[in-house]
Structures are given as C-alpha cells and as structure tokens.
Design a protein around this ligand. Structure first.
Ligand SMILES: Nc1ncnc2c1ncn2[C@@H]1O[C@H](COP(=O)(O)OP(=O)(O)OP(=O)(O)O)[C@@H](O)[C@H]1O
Ligand SMILES: [Mg+2]
Length: 659
C-alpha cells in the first residue's frame, strides 16, 4: 500500500465501480473498462481450460456462444449479497475482483490495488460478518488490507463535492436511498460523523428481474423447457430479464400510459407490458421456482422469500423499509431536507412516489445525480484525500494558533482597550480635574491658605466624585464591547479562511441543540460567535470592575494627591519654605510649611497657569498608566480564553462544511 493513490470500489450486486484518486488531491476519476462509461458488470464467466472473463466481455461471450460452447461455460452474477452464506458466492467474488485487475492489465488500464490505498464500500446495515468476509475476499484477491466505508457517505460526499446541495443542508439532514440490485440501503446523515442507517439485505432489483422472468414464462408457453434445455436459465433470469425490466421502467418514467413489448433472445417476448399490470404483479409477488432454488442454493434463509407465505407486495415492502426505519431510528421527517436517490432500482417511478408521499416532501427535494451510478465510488475515493488535506490544515491551524493569538488577537485587544483607557481618562480629566479640581486651585490662588487645607478639599472633591466615576467607567464599557467581539471574530475568520477553510453560518449555529424525536443529540461544539461574545463580556466587565476599584477604592484619590497635587504642592512648598526661612530659620520653616496659612500673593507666584496645565498632564498620564497596567493582567486571560474556544472550534470544524 502506498499513500500516493486511492482506489475506491463500489462493489455492487449488478455493477461495480472503480474510481481512482491521488491521495493528496481531490480529483477522482472513474475507471472506464472499455464500455465508454464507468463501471463493470459484476459478472464472471468461468471457462474450461481458459482464463475467466469478467464484466461485459463475460456477458457478451456467454450471450453469443452456442449451446454446445455453453457446456464449457459457467456464468456467475449477483453473488455479492450472498458472500457470507455461500462459499461459492465468496469464491466468485474473489475471482471476480482478481480477474478485474488481470483483465485491466491486458487492456493497459492502470489499476494497481496492491500499490494503492484501497477503499471498498459496504451497505451501512451490513453486519460484522459481511464486513469481515469482504475484507478477507479482497485481501485474497490481491488488494492488500482494504478499508471499508459506508456507501451512503460516498454518495453524500460526491454530491456535496459537485455542489448539488449546500453543506448547510447536509448538516441539517440528508436521506440517502440506495436501492440497488441486491439490497436496499437507507442512511440518514447529519454531518459525516452522525449516520443512522438501516435497510434490507433482501430487497433488491433482482426480485424485479424475477418478476419479469415470470411474466416471460407466463406469456411464452414452453419457454422454460427451452431455456433449461439450453442451460440458459441463469443468464435469461439475471441478465436478459433485467434488460426487459430496465427497458420497461425507463419507458414508464417517460409515460405511464404506454404499453410496450420486448423480446428475450430466442425465447419469445414479453408483450403488452403496462403500468397497471406491472403494479398488480408487484403487489402480489412470489419468487419463481428458479429464483427460490437459487436463493436456497446460496444458503439464504429468508422467511419472507422462501417461507411460501402469502404473496409479497414489493411496493409496500419498499415503503415499510423506509418508514419503519425512520420510526425505529426516531427520525422526524421534518429533519430531512434532502433525499439522494442512488442505485439503479431507485429509477423505478414508484420509488420517488413512495418517498414523496411518505415524507410529505416536495419532489424537488429528491435528487439523482447526472451520473448516479458513479457517485458512491467517487465519494469513497475523495473521502480519504479530503480528510488528509483537512487534517493537515487543521494541524497547521493548531500550530499557528498561539502565534496568531499573540500577534493578531493581542494587538487588537491592545488597541481597543487603549481606546477605552484613553476615553475613561479623558472623561475623568474633564469631569474631575477641569470641572472640580481646577476651580479649587484657582480659588486657592486668590484666597491663599495652607497646603494641608488644599489637599483636604481636593480629596473631598475627589471622594464626592465617586458615583459619577462609576458611571463614566460603565458607559465607556460600550466602546469596548461594541467593537471587540466583531473584530475578534473577523480576524479569526480571516485567518481560518486564509487556510482555505471556512466557518460557515452553519458552524456558528452548531451550538444549538438539534433534537431527534425529543432526544437532544446535537453536537456539543461551542458556537464560535457565542464563545467570543462570552469572552469579550467577561473581559469588559473585568476591566470595568478593576478600573472602578482603583479609581473609586481610594487609589484614585491617591493618584490625584501624589501626582498632580504633589506637583503643585511641591511648588507651593518650595516658595513657602523659602519665605518662612527668612523669618523663622530653616528648621522651623520646614516644620511649619505644610500647615502655614500662606497669603494669596505667595500662592499666586507658585501656582502659575503653566503649573496647573502641567499638573493636568501629569494626572492624565499617570491615570492612563495605572489603567493600562490593570487591563494588562486581564488581557492575558482574555487571550487564553480566545485561544481555548478557537482550539475547540478547530477541532470541531467538519469536512462537510469545507466542501
Ligand atoms: N431504469 C431502471 N429502472 C429500474 N431498475 C433499474 C434501472 N436501471 C437499473 N436498474 C436496476 O438497478 C440495479 C442495479 O443498481 P446498482 O448498480 O445500483 O446496484 P448494485 O450496486 O450493483 O447493487 P447493490 O448495491 O444492491 O449491491 C439492477 O437491478 C438494475 O436492473
Ligand atoms: Mg450499490
């Protein structure tokens, strides 16, 4: 196994599809085995003394051979559903897979399972034993250790990749109906991780092949004898009658009022096939002796098909498979935003009728791709490269996150809190210094007085300002909270997008719990936007509280007294001491200075306008400095919180939203 390429296989009952994809690129290419379109019939023709043939060459060779030649031939088809119950079927599957590779080599088709990462699809309701058997078969056929993936996931991925619906719809809920040749598989997917699946390993297109086989026998007396004589039973049943069925079904899609004929090789024809007759037959189906014999031969134990019970209503069987599954899995039909029709049998017109009716869903919500047969293998092929690419990007995001937070988030928070600090300081200067302190200083200049008195009245002005201070701090919080959450989210989104990922709207809503049948099973992913809002809210409140505390808890007064008033006081004191020294001597002067009732002319000389202006500036810068210090501690914690929610968000990014 190498990592350089992927080989995905949708191994079907009727047809198998191989799709190649480079491991590091999302560019799947279906393998054309020479028929001009993807895929190969799941058929193997064993020939005496010759290598077996697979696919169209096998069917063709058998179809064209004479009765004599057929004695040396054994054609095997539709063995896939029976690999766990029948050793023959398992052997056919192994030989088929091996021969596909050998035959391709002869056709110069590069198919190198041994050198690729091989992924094989399985119906999602396949049991452990089926999975184990298939793994064993593939390994024995030379495919190495294969990885099994649920087929519906393939269909979903491929449709998403083709942008047939939005990732948002995929997250809301998509029902995939894969009605194939041997099985009928339902899967309800909401994100790639959450997959509820159910189905029926017995309900498949081959029952309808059998219906047309019986229709043929009914209208052509003696045909059975002829077929048996030619040893052609298997071929007529599983191939020619299937062609009749598909022809009829396609005609009915166009116009259900038509009535058509189709010949079946040399054995006659089915005539006057109409929708009404078909429905009558489909509502009262009994397996033919031939088909029942085959099923018993491969070891199928089915009460329904082999119990010789009442006739089976095939349409109802399909309906109950669908509705019973929805009920069992507690899926509310309202949670289904899209239905993908996969598998050949879902082309039956009754399929979309039943689905629309049962789900109450408009037919426009049912979709079938332009290449329905290719979707599963294509989706399986891109699954792994997509995951790898996605994982790489995620790990890069994880590595870059700390640096991103330091460089981008921090500088953003810095800028925003700085603006907040400046705003708060400006308000305080205007309201406290200019409106309250300055008049005190000016009055001091005209009346004179002691420095101690001045300090007292400044302090009391500051104290009475407390309630207003709180208001300033709080009203300015808005500046902080308004811009910050938007901006943090913007830089985060831009950063994630620069890595080719996106946090879509769906992601933002992820935190919302989604309920199925009343059980809350929504993902626990934190919602990025909400997370940022929370962190910002916490930060803003924290900032306001701690700023409020230093300003109103007395420290504000302290800043005022030690800073600007200290500056003014220093100037006053110097003059007063000089004046007193002359009269009282140096020592006494120093003692008296603080409480000396200075005359106005002394104060006037010390308290110049430029001193007051200087004091204002000092107050401002000291105030800003303290406020900044206070927010710095909170910024670290804020950054840590943002990092944490971003980390969770990166973990929670889903492949789906990236398609
Ligand atoms: N137009 C049609 N109408 C009805 N049935 C169709 C039509 N075209 C193909 N089918 C049937 O679809 C079946 C094949 O579908 P598909 O290739 O999806 O099955 P598969 O993958 O081989 O089988 P499975 O998934 O069950 O193992 C066959 O039974 C085929 O006859
Ligand atoms: Mg299939």
């Amino acid at each position: 196994m190498s990592d350089s390429s992927i080989l995905a296989i949708d191994f079907g009952t009727t047809n198998s599809y191989f799709c190649k994809c480079p491991a590091d690129q999302i560019s799947p290419v279906g393998v054309d085995f020479g028929s001009g379109r993807d895929g190969i019939p799941t058929a193997i023709l064993y020939r005496q003394n010759k290598k077996p043939l697979v696919g169209n060459p096998a069917l063709h060779e058998y179809g064209e051979s004479s009765n004599e030649e057929r004695k040396d031939y054994r054609l095997c088809t539709q063995f896939k559903p029976d690999i766990t119950t029948s050793e023959d079927a398992a052997k056919n599957a192994e030989d088929f897979l091996r021969t596909v590779v050998e035959q391709s080599q002869r056709q110069h088709i590069v198919l190198e399972p041994a050198r690729s990462e091989v992924i094989i699809g399985v119906p999602s309701e396949a049991e452990k034993s089926f999975r184990a058997k298939l793994t064993e078969i593939a390994e024995a056929a030379g495919y190495g250790r294969v990885k099994l993936l649920d087929e519906p996931k393939g269909a979903l991925l491929s449709h998403l990749w083709h942008k047939d619906f939005s990732p948002d719809e995929a997250l809301r809920g998509v029902l995939i109906v894969d009605f194939g040749g041997g099985t009928c598989d339902f899967a309800f997917l909401r994100s790639l991780e959450e997959c509820l699946s159910w189905g029926d390993m017995e309900l498949g297109g081959r029952l309808f092949d059998d219906l047309f086989f019986q229709w043929l026998l009914e209208q052509n007396a003696g045909a059975m004898k002829k077929i048996e004589k030619a040893g052609d039973t298997y071929y007529v049943h599983s191939y020619l009658c299937r062609e009749v069925k598909e022809f009829f079904s396609l005609t009915m899609v166009r116009d259900r009022s038509e009535s058509v004929n189709k010949s079946v090789g040399q054995y006659g024809s089915v005539r006057d096939m109409s929708w009404t007759t078909f429905i009558q037959k489909a509502r009262a189906y009994n397996p033919s002796r031939v088909f029942a014999g085959y099923l018993q031969g491969v070891g199928l134990e089915s009460d329904r098909l082999l119990g010789k019970n009442d006739p089976i209503d095939l349409i109802e069987w399909f309906r109950t498979s669908l509705t019973q599954g929805l009920a069992d899995k507690n899926i509310d039909t309202g949670d289904i935003s899209r239905v993908i029709l996969a598998g050949g049998s879902s082309q039956w017109p009754f399929v979309s009728d039943v689905i629309s009716e049962s789900l109450g869903l408009d037919a426009s919500k049912l979709m079938r791709s332009d290449r329905p047969y290719a979707v599963i293998s294509e989706g399986l092929a891109i699954f792994s490269p997509l995951q790898k690419k996605f994982e790489k990007t995620r790990s890069r995001l994880r590595t870059e996150l700390p640096e991103f937070c330091r460089a981008k988030v921090r500088s953003l928070v810095h800028r925003t809190t700085d603006a907040y600090v400046v705003d708060v300081a400006t308000d305080i200067i205007l309201e406290l210094f200019d409106k309250r302190i300055r008049p005190v200083l000016l009055e001091y200049k005209t009346t004179g007085g002691s420095l101690a008195e001045l300090k007292k009245s400044v302090s009391s002005k500051a104290k009475s300002f407390e309630p207003e201070l709180k208001k300033i701090v709080e009203s300015r919080m808005e500046t902080l909270s308004m811009g910050l959450s938007e901006q943090v989210r913007d830089v985060l989104t831009r950063w994630i997008e620069s890595h080719g990922l996106s946090i879509g709207d769906a992601q933002i809503n992820q935190g919302r719990r989604i309920s199925i049948g009343g059980d809350a099973i929504g993902s626990e992913l934190p919602d990025l936007y909400g997370g940022i809002m929370d962190a910002v809210g916490w930060f803003v409140v924290g900032t306001a509280t701690s700023i409020g505390a230093i300003l109103c808890g007395g420290a504000g007064t302290a800043i005022l007294i030690s800073g600007p008033i200290g500056l003014i006081g220093g100037a006053v004191l110097a003059l007063v001491i000089a004046y007193l020294t002359v009269r009282q001597g140096k020592e006494k002067a120093a003692k008296l200075a603080e409480n000396w009732d200075a005359p106005a002319w002394v104060i006037k000389r010390a308290l110049t306008n430029s001193k007051i202006h200087k004091a204002r500036q000092v107050f401002r810068s000291q105030l800003e400095e303290r406020l900044r210090q206070e927010t710095l501690i909170l910024q670290d914690e804020f950054e840590a919180r943002i990092r944490k929610i971003t980390e969770l968000q990166i973990e929670g990014l889903s492949e789906i939203t990236q398609l």
